[in-house]
Design a protein around this ligand. Sequence first.
Ligand code: ZN
Length: 337
Amino acid sequence: MKKLLISAFMLALASLPQLSFAWGADGHQTVGAIAESLLTGTKAGAQVRALLGENTLEKVAVWGDCVKGIAPDKDFAYTSAGRYPECASFETAAGIAAMSDYVKRNDSNCNPAIGEENCHKQYHYADVSLQHDHYKTGYVGTSDHDVVNAIRAAVLVLQGKPQPKPFNFKDKQEALILLTHYVGDLHQPLHVGSVFLNADGKIINPDEGQYDHNSNTVGGNALQCPCGNLHSLWDDLPVQFKRGRMNDGLAKRAKTIAPTGGAIEDLPALWADDAIRDARILFAGTQFSKSTPNQKGNNWSIALPLEYEKTMLNMKEDALARAGAHLAQLLKAVWPE
Ligand SMILES: [Zn+2]
């Protein structure tokens, strides 16, 4: 069985694009660039420029990931200097001090349980089980500091309102920078939808009965293929997206996306619903092996269905255009004409 799974997977993998950068760089920058182009000539665009000064949404879109280089166990020093080109402009003395200060404020403020990530790292995702049609804070994999609530909090700061606990965003500038990043994350299906598996590789619903931590595939991070893990495969963008090559086309497409109806505070959960739907589509036809335990929890090998690459590519393009449009919609709602 295992052999069969692997050979089927190799077939699918042979045609996959070369992996290199993550959604963390090109994808996030693309989302920032799309929103920027949609905000040209608007009041929101002027407010963004006033808050960012020399910077652009495209450039600051990755800051939320760059701050992960701050190590709380090394006295909040920056440990990834020179490692990520997209973070280079934040690696000045003042820039590093700002990153360190942010992480200090958002490291343990959510009281992470043993084995949980630092709080600011948890702001980037939710792991909602695919049986649910709708996101709801309270489901397994959600929290008051998941990506949906992080977007709500950043919007509140931009509106000049008090932010909910546990978030500690310093000011409007910091909130805008993080909002740009989180809206990108919210549209990556594996940042919101997750599959939960038992030891036999059967899909289960963690919100029914007693929740077993070992069933969590951690947004695809515990699903292994020869390429690494499924989450990284999804974070990555194919070469035609690199360095802004697709921005014009995607911005045109984003312009045609109608604004989502609803109150501003309800929008992040509605977009999370779309991400859960996308995750369900992308898991259809995926085969899971029995689990292999390792020190971090369980791991499963997976075999992806044929045509997976095409499904994934179309979904990524669509998700990036929507993310840019939705970021612009939020900012226009914060600063209406
Ligand atoms: Zn992120």
